[in-house]
Design a protein around this ligand. Structure first.
Ligand code: ATP
Ligand code: MG
Length: 455
């Protein structure tokens, strides 16, 4: 790629460059009576003019003198543009005429472009006023460049991101939503994103492509939402490391966080990616998304459950997790005619039924754990009550060092699978009730499959 090809790429945000190049090539051929194409220098000068750079500024970018640029313009581009826009020859008196004339053509792309095709539709949305206000403060007011929403599966990260973007869409020229659930390679994602901004040719290397994306983020105010980042994280590592073929995502995230631009990358993830711990930039924040709290009652109301005086208890059992509450509401309707009291009375030993879809969610999460993480989960489940680090250590023979244990517990905390209970003189650890129920069922299954294997 020639150096001038990299100049003024942001013109592609507002102009259909490929078509414009094509039409100007035709005009050039008419003017010169030759089959010449537009040169890369002519294209660069055109992009500069379209971005409202003066000939003097463009000359400086090209390392030319102003007078040689003027000669180039009067011999070439000005004449082609006059032909294209059906003006008389030599009608251009001022370089600003060019943008004015071209703006009236079909080559100008209407501004404010949004692509929500991959975002889920949100039918009902309750509460989250505090989180929305927090997002608005950080993203709209303080212009944060990177926000990561973290929280366990089903807690409502995606719904919140959709709500935020819908509510604030007038603040952005571009809104792009992409789900990473199907784990695209970075080069595929970049091709897709850059194609959204402009149909001009892609730079060759990933680094150049990231630079171009950041150029767009600098030129326009964009909201880029990448949902389900956890799909790129490794199965067997501690929380937050990328699978090998996705490790270059780290560069994208880091550069978007650290370089100057006016846009925001909003990530959602069940696990916190390690990059975030190493990014040294202001305007970067992680938000932990927790219980839906009181607003969860609206979900139960919507599902037509009775005994509203017991709803609080139900909400607490399911950690205010909207997905879990929706799923368990269906069970309550089906098996207990909507009676929360009957459901709570009839409930299993732990008082928590793991809805089957949730089971899939947790299975996915569980498969991502390292061996030690899995062992800790089993140990916490068997104990049922919160236990201290020391008690946990006694479970492991041979012993596991306390720093390694702590490290792994932090990782589990980051995955929103365990709860840390801090009291005055001791910290203890336990599983979220729903996760505990799941592990105990798994443990039973594991024991059964082991005994079958032995037979
Ligand atoms: N504030 C809310 N009010 C009503 N329903 C909600 C709310 N938040 C989430 N939900 C519903 O709960 C379910 C799970 O929410 P969502 O998909 O946003 O969770 P998530 O945290 O993105 O989960 P995952 O980590 O699996 O992607 C969805 O059906 C969603 O519509
Ligand atoms: Mg989600």
């Amino acid at each position: 790629m020639k150096f001038e090809d990299r100049l003024f790429p942001e013109a592609g945000l507002s102009w259909d460059l490929e078509r414009l190049y094509g039409k100007l090539t035709e005009a050039k051929q008419i003017a010169t009576l030759k089959t010449a194409r537009l040169t890369s220098v002519e294209k660069a000068i055109l992009r500069g003019l379209l971005c409202s750079y003066s000939p003097k500024e463009i000359a400086a970018h090209l390392h030319w003198t102003l007078s040689s640029l003027r000669v180039e313009l009067t011999r070439g581009l000005y004449r082609y543009i006059e032909t294209l826009t059906a003006h008389d020859l030599n009608a251009i008196k001022n370089w600003r005429d060019i943008v004015r004339w071209l703006e009236e053509t079909e080559y100008k792309i209407p501004q404010s472009k949004q692509d929500w095709s991959e975002a889920p539709e949100i039918f009902s949305f309750y509460g989250r006023e505090k989180e929305l206000a927090q997002l608005e403060k950080k993203i709209i007011q303080d212009k944060y460049r990177l926000i990561t929403m973290l929280g366990m599966g089903g807690i409502g990260k995606t719904a919140l991101a959709v709500k935020f973007a819908q509510k604030n869409k007038q603040e952005f020229q571009y809104i792009i939503w992409r789900s990473l659930r199907h784990a695209p390679l970075l080069k595929e994602l970049l091709r897709d994103l850059l194609g959204f901004f402009s149909n001009s040719n892609l730079p060759t290397t990933i680094q150049e492509q990231i630079s171009l994306l950041i150029e767009y983020l600098r030129f326009s105010r964009c909201l880029l939402i990448l949902d389900n980042l956890e799909a790129l994280l490794d199965v067997n590592h501690l929380a937050g490391f990328y699978k090998e073929k996705y490790s270059n995502y780290s560069q994208l995230i880091r550069r978007v966080a650290e370089e100057t631009h006016q846009s925001c990358l909003l990530l959602t993830s069940q696990d916190e990616p390690v990059d975030l711990l190493f990014i040294r930039a202001n305007k970067v924040e992680s938000l932990q998304i927790g219980s839906l709290e009181d607003a969860a009652k609206e979900i139960l109301k919507e599902k037509g459950l009775s005994n509203s005086n017991c709803w609080q208890k139900l909400i607490e059992r399911y950690q205010g997790n909207p997905l879990a509450l929706k799923l368990v509401s269906a069970t309550i309707q089906e098996l207990f005619g909507g009676s929360v009291v009957k459901f709570l009375e009839a409930n299993t030993e732990l008082g928590v039924i793991v809805p089957s879809f949730f089971q899939e969610l947790l299975t996915e999460q569980f498969e991502r754990l390292s061996n030690l993480e899995q062992e800790i989960m089993y140990a916490l489940a068997i104990n049922r009550q919160p236990i201290s680090l020391k008690q946990l250590q006694e479970h492991f023979k041979p012993q596991v060092g306390s720093s390694k244990l702590l490290h792994t517990l932090t990782s589990l905390k980051r995955r929103s699978l365990i709860e840390v209970i801090s009291e005055v003189n001791q910290t203890s650890f336990t599983l979220q009730p729903m996760v505990m129920k799941y592990i105990l069922t798994e443990e039973k299954d594991r024991a059964i499959s082991l005994s079958i294997a032995r037979e």
